[in-house]
Design a protein around this ligand. Structure first.
Ligand code: HEC
Ligand code: HEC
Ligand code: HEC
Ligand code: HEC
Ligand code: HEC
Ligand code: HEC
Ligand code: HEC
Ligand code: HEC
Ligand code: HEC
Length: 435
């Protein structure tokens, strides 16, 4: 019984899809020539001299769909061989300018068809429509017929569609923030909604944008890495840790097991974002740890509660290691400048720096032990390196003293020698004078 129902549902779905899809069938498109000959759509549209009509025809020369052999009819339908206005006869499948849900249908006819897409690019995902349907954009379009949400054509400029890896693509990592920002940073456009419009501007001040734009690190996240390409995930409290944890695995694991994970969920506080913000993520530092001033812990703890005391202790540990490391580094540098061979202790000291980095990550357990373990290890290394620096400088002093003593001796010897010479010469000179 259930199987019959399922089969019926599938047949019904297929029938609906078939009737909804523009009748330029995918199979026909699949046999299109690699480089389409100029069709009447392009020729006539270019001739109109009207930007709205000629613009798409001009832009389309760089579109990936053209490169794959598709003409205007792949999305608009119609008859590319008819010379006059009858090319745009609805009886020939012409659908005009698609909007809203129709756009999703048009793109989805190919992009949700795994068999069809495989002929072109087997590794290309075919879940964009499914993901889109589950997003805030897709849900509002379907349920509320909201015309202002993004559709496929809002993020992928139609007639100029390029793969995300193309630097000119509207979905290239460096351009995504502006693509989303076209709506989300437009206070007038978004006025009827109750959400802020500062995401793009804040994001462009973040460490992530800096890593991407200034350091060229395209693995740093932009809007779609955190919200999903097509998911536009609704922000949720549990979701935040997962999103950041894709890349910051160590912090996410420690945080997930910490007292805060549960407490924050109960309070409705958004995980990592509670201390780091979500869009305006700034460089971190030890100043953030502690129970006073601008330390992040101070916003919820006071110096006398258990959390505040832990924060103060952690900060003390971090400061101690940072201080010892800095002291040892300075001393070894001084020895090096003076010409002493200290490359070995300098190399060893880098492990103390590693320990400091690990201690900073370990604070995300929000207990003292893991931080102390890293700091103790680092302190031992830093102190040893410092002692080596002290010895190197002592040796230098010893050598210098030795040098001074030998110089004094040599000078004394030379002085003695000179005296001796003069002494030997004096009687002879006296003898010459008297003779
Ligand atoms: C003989 C000239 C000519 C040919 C051939 C032609 N068009 Fe048009 N097209 C026009 C003109 C003129 C308009 C504007 C008509 C209007 O505003 O009602 C237009 C409008 C359009 C629009 C915008 C419709 C809207 O609602 O804004 C689309 C899309 C379009 N054409 C696609 C095509 C496609 C696809 C083909 C080929 C199958 C094609 N055209 C062939 C002249 C032509
Ligand atoms: C990959 C699908 C696709 C292809 C191929 C395509 N279009 Fe379009 N076209 C669209 C979509 C989607 C829209 C609606 C855009 C929007 O809402 O901004 C559109 C809109 C238009 C419009 C209306 C523009 C306006 O501002 O009102 C014209 C005219 C047009 N297309 C002509 C063409 C012509 C001519 C070709 C071939 C050179 C072509 N299109 C190829 C998807 C496509
Ligand atoms: C007639 C079928 C068809 C239609 C309709 C269609 N596409 Fe495509 N699209 C393709 C094919 C085939 C490719 C090439 C895939 C490849 O070789 O990488 C492609 C490539 C793309 C790419 C680049 C993917 C990549 O990484 O290489 C994007 C983005 C894209 N399409 C978006 C759209 C959007 C948005 C629409 C609707 C406005 C649309 N497509 C309509 C068939 C279609
Ligand atoms: C809110 C913006 C947005 C909307 C809406 C959107 N896309 Fe995308 N799309 C993107 C971004 C961003 C990427 C780049 C992903 C990446 O860098 O890998 C992308 C990538 C793609 C690709 C390349 C392959 C892939 O999945 O990474 C295809 C194909 C595609 N989109 C098709 C579609 C179709 C079809 C729709 C409509 C159902 C759609 N997109 C709606 C933003 C959007
Ligand atoms: C065409 C305009 C437009 C574009 C482009 C667009 N969005 Fe949206 N987006 C909207 C509208 C309108 C809403 C509905 C606002 C609401 O949920 O109240 C929305 C909602 C959202 C939401 C849910 C917000 C919430 O709390 O309800 C997220 C997240 C989101 N968009 C992310 C993105 C990302 C990421 C991109 C780019 C990859 C993007 N959007 C591109 C118009 C757009
Ligand atoms: C590093 C991850 C990350 C990046 C990058 C990111 N977001 Fe977000 N975004 C979040 C998180 C986390 C939330 C939810 C915070 C919460 O629940 O309070 C959020 C919330 C939102 C919301 C809901 C309204 C709001 O402000 O709380 C919108 C809309 C949104 N982001 C759009 C964008 C756009 C547009 C971009 C790119 C310019 C972007 N986001 C970049 C993580 C990110
Ligand atoms: C797609 C991977 C990715 C995601 C997702 C991501 N990040 Fe990052 N994050 C990075 C990269 C790459 C850097 C830059 C490291 C550098 O400075 O070179 C970075 C840097 C940071 C820094 C600065 C570290 C420092 O050295 O001061 C913080 C804090 C941070 N991220 C927090 C977050 C938070 C919170 C989230 C979730 C809202 C998040 N990240 C999501 C990849 C990611
Ligand atoms: C209760 C506050 C708090 C929460 C929650 C929190 N962090 Fe942190 N995070 C900090 C503090 C404080 C520092 C600075 C440590 C230092 O430099 O001494 C930091 C530093 C970092 C750094 C930089 C580490 C480095 O190498 O210097 C990253 C990356 C980071 N956090 C990511 C995350 C991620 C991802 C989450 C969520 C899974 C998270 N944080 C949750 C307080 C927090
Ligand atoms: C957004 C608010 C918030 C921030 C910021 C915050 N905490 Fe907490 N913390 C809590 C809550 C809520 C609890 C659980 C309730 C309690 O026991 O006080 C907690 C508990 C703790 C505990 C366990 C206390 C106990 O009773 O055993 C420690 C330790 C702790 N936090 C340390 C820190 C440190 C260190 C920081 C800064 C890096 C920090 N917290 C930042 C809210 C916060």
């Amino acid at each position: 019984m259930r199987r019959v129902a399922a089969a019926l549902a599938i047949v019904l779905a297929c029938a609906l899809a078939a009737s909804a899809a523009p009748p330029a069938p995918a199979a026909k498109a699949a046999t299109a020539p690699a480089s389409p000959r100029p069709d009447s759509c392009v020729t006539c549209h270019l001739e109109t001299g009207d930007d709205r009509l000629a613009g798409p025809a001009k832009a389309y020369t760089d579109d990936i769909h053209r490169a794959k052999g598709f003409g205007c009819t792949a999305c608009h339908g119609g008859d590319p061989n008819a010379e006059g206005m009858e090319a745009m006869d609805p009886a020939k499948g012409y659908i005009g300018k698609p909007a809203g849900a129709r756009i999703v249908q048009v793109c989805g006819r190919c992009h949700a068809d795994a068999r069809f897409m495989k002929q072109y690019n087997p590794s290309l995902r075919v879940d964009q429509v499914a993901e889109y349907e589950s997003s805030v954009h897709g849900r509002r379009l379907r349920e509320l017929k909201d015309p202002k949400v993004a559709t496929c054509a809002s993020c992928h400029a139609p007639h100029g569609i390029r793969p995300p890896s193309d630097a000119l693509s509207t979905v290239h990592p460096l351009r995504v923030a502006d693509t989303c920002g076209r709506c989300h940073a437009d206070a007038k456009y978004m006025a009827s909604y109750k959400i802020p419009t500062d995401q793009r501007d804040k994001y462009k001040k973040s460490v992530h944008w800096n890593a991407m734009s200034a350091k060229g690190d395209l693995s740093a996240p932009t809007c779609n890495d955190c919200h999903g390409n097509h998911g536009a995930a609704p922000p949720g409290v549990n979701w935040v840790g997962n999103v950041c944890g894709q890349c910051h695995t160590v912090m996410a694991e420690l945080f997930g097991k910490s007292v805060h994970a549960k407490a924050f969920t109960q309070m409705g506080v958004p995980g990592c974002a509670a201390c780091h913000d979500n869009h305006d993520i700034r460089p971190t530092g030890d100043h953030m740890v502690g129970a006073t001033g601008d330390a992040v812990c101070a916003s919820c703890h006071n110096p006398d509660d258990a959390g505040g005391k832990t924060a103060t202790t952690m900060r003390g540990l971090l400061d101690a290691l940072a201080g010892e490391w800095d002291k040892a580094r300075g001393l070894l540098e001084k020895a090096e400048h003076a010409g002493m061979e200290v490359s070995q202790p300098q190399f060893e000291l880098s492990s103390a720096k590693d320990a400091l980095v690990k201690a900073r990550a370990a604070i995300h357990a929000f207990t003292i032990e893991p931080v102390k373990a890293e700091v103790d290890g680092g302190l031992a290394i830093a102190r040893k390196a410092h002692a080596r620096g002290v010895r190197a400088l002592e040796e230098l002093r010893f050598r210098r003293t030795g040098l001074v003593v030998s110089v004094v001796i040599i000078v004394a010897l030379i002085g003695g020698l000179l005296l001796k010479i003069r002494y030997l010469e004096r009687p002879r000179a006296a003898g010459t004078k008297s003779s």
